[in-house]
Ligand binder design. Structure first.
Ligand SMILES: [Zn+2]
Length: 357
């Protein structure tokens, strides 16, 4: 493909400016955006679990403007409320004596449940998003918390005092095994508000999960190797650069979740790699362009078979597992054939056929 001059100019402008937007879909961008105040400070990233399936969750989150991002099971990131505005995600909340955590935090909803393991594809997408936000707002690993850390209850019939433990939302993200997969090296060591007696401990089990040794995901992720975690599809920018044999290495902000292999520096300008250099590195694992099947008949001829059709209840990761973004997995829709390594997860749609050997 011959890139147009405008596209090259755009790619170069993006690179030289060092501006790389978070790769997210605007399909569920909240209609509440204009009415939400600009957030004055960002001190925490709060992770949530939707406790429900993606489709209904996305609709509700968008309608009510209840988070900044939502990450689905197959690793698609949706932008809901603009990241510089306030999203209503934490409800009655306090951290370090400051009430209303919405006023100083970013909220990320992760499709899933507080006590259930998530796929490595989803965790890889969460990790990339969190890292990007951490670097934008200069937040250390201990500033990445879960909703359970910050929510609290008003006095009620069980507790005379205000107490922590109103929510277990996002609880798994406090567990060391999950944090290891997310490449978060530190977690907050103790609850500043129960310590200072501003709040009572309302849920001793949760307290042990957040600050103690309870880690119910240890078995699941014991062998999970961050390096082998599946890589979500490349961002739009990277795809654009990739079309021209360029690679986005000019900014430390955008990184593939798998640690990049150490490459000897070349004489090419920073952030620019010659076509041959990129080719040498990528060649072994990529299907050469001239061999990408062109139709369903072509796929069949080459021994691929239809292994499933995407629907809200049959997601790409459910159909193809960790190989959803493999160059040897193909997506078909309206006579188009797209290899898994080139598919944009935001564009995986209902009715797409998934083919593999
Ligand atoms: Zn929550």
């Amino acid at each position: 493909m011959k890139p147009g001059r405008h596209a090259i100019a755009l790619a170069l402008a993006l690179m030289s400016a060092g501006v790389f937007a978070i790769d997210a879909s605007d399909r569920y961008r909240s209609p509440r955006n204009p009415e939400r105040p600009i957030r004055r400070t960002t001190e925490l990233i709060v992770l949530h679990t939707t406790e429900a399936a993606a489709r209904g969750s996305l609709k509700k989150l968008s309608e009510r403007g209840e988070c900044h991002y939502c990450v689905t099971e197959e690793g698609t990131v949706y932008r809901i409320v603009d990241r510089d505005r306030e999203a209503f995600h934490a409800g009655r909340s306090m951290w370090n004596g400051k009430e209303d955590v919405d006023k100083f935090s970013i909220g990320i909803e992760c499709v899933g449940y507080h006590d259930k393991a998530m796929s490595l594809v989803q965790l890889a997408a969460i990790r990339t998003l969190v890292k990007e936000l951490q670097s934008m707002y200069h937040l250390g690993d201990e500033k990445v918390v879960c909703h359970a850390h910050v929510a609290y209850s008003a006095p009620n019939k069980w507790h005379k005092k205000r107490c922590r433990g109103r929510k277990q939302c996002g609880m798994l993200f406090a567990m060391p095994s999950v944090r290891r997969v997310l490449d978060l090296k530190k977690r907050v060591a103790s609850d500043p508000d129960t310590k200072a007696k501003r709040l009572a401990v309302g849920d001793p089990y949760l307290e042990k999960v957040l600050y103690g040794n309870v880690d119910t995901m240890r078995g699941t992720y014991a062998k999970a190797n961050i390096a082998s975690a599946p890589k979500p599809a490349p961002s739009a920018t990277d795809r654009l650069l990739g079309m021209f044999g360029l690679e986005n290495t000019s900014s430390g902000q955008i990184k593939a979740p798998a640690p990049p292999k150490v490459e000897p520096s070349t004489s090419a300008p920073k952030g620019l790699k010659s076509k041959s250099a990129a080719k040498t590195k990528a060649a072994p694992k990529t299907t050469p362009t001239d061999r990408i099947p062109t139709s369903q008949a072509d796929l069949k001829r080459r021994g691929y078979r239809l292994i499933g059709t995407v629907s809200p209840y049959n997601t790409a990761s459910r159909i193809a597992g960790a190989k959803w973004n493999s160059p040897n997995t193909f997506y078909t829709i309206r006579n188009k054939v797209i290899p898994g390594n080139l598919i944009n997860p935001a564009k995986i749609e209902k009715g797409m056929g998934i083919w593999a050997k």
